[in-house]
Design a protein around this ligand. Sequence first.
Ligand SMILES: [Zn+2]
Length: 296
Amino acid sequence: MTSASTDQTFSPGELTQLTPRISRLVAPNAGPMTGPGTNTYLIKGAGPNDPVTVVDPGPALEAHVVAIMNALDGRQLQAVLVTHTHRDHSPAASVLHERLGMARWGRVSHYAQFQDQTFVPDHPVDESTVVVGNGYRLRAVLTPGHASNHVCWYLEEERALFTGDHILGTVSPVILPPDGDMRDYLLSMDRLKAMPLEHLFPGHGPVLTQPARVIEGLIRHRLAREAKIVRTLRSMDDVTIAELVIVVYADVSADLHQWASYSLHAHLLKLSHEGIVEERHSRWRLLQPEILGSQV
Ligand SMILES: [Zn+2]
């Protein structure tokens, strides 16, 4: 098994064998939000000619679609599973469906922003969905948060989880409200904590070992950020998100503040739901303990 420290092969178009069943192709879409590019995973059955299942076919870039078709090496593509329908994860599903006719599994979001509108699931996914190949079973684990329609896929035989953008290899995912939801994100994290996991296969970046530590670390990171928001609001009350992001995300490059603003908004909506902050005319303020007390 490739460990996080040695898993460094991210050349687009290169097929990397990660376990006897799982291999990875990286799409040629590297960038600030996609890291080295989207990871497309291929899962093969026990026999040499068994059909292949793909998780997250990635963007509809011709070079990537051709790389996926070549990686099949003459085997049939039986199914494409998507973790969610952001444009770096699912658009190649429609192209592959047109060319190869395989079934598409995934969920559709009710929000149009950032979504791949071409994705049409042949099999809408719910909590009971299991996709079966020869010698493996992939179980859907609904994990809303990064996006409302996010699904992780659990490969039972390897205790491996394909995490899409719920858990990433190197950075913490952006939560994009209103489709994304910070409360859902943390609840989905709690859900994964209870699973018997050995490896995480993220949508971007290297394979992660020690899933329990990774998950705990991500939860701590989010709660630390939330605490910083509350601390910051104590000193600069009644602020816009644009003013707040500069302080709360001072450790993040200013180029990424536009994206960080989405996660900040998601944190504020969670705090608002909990009665800790409130918004008026796009300005955010802390509900001080004495104000809360006077309402009781
Ligand atoms: Zn992504």
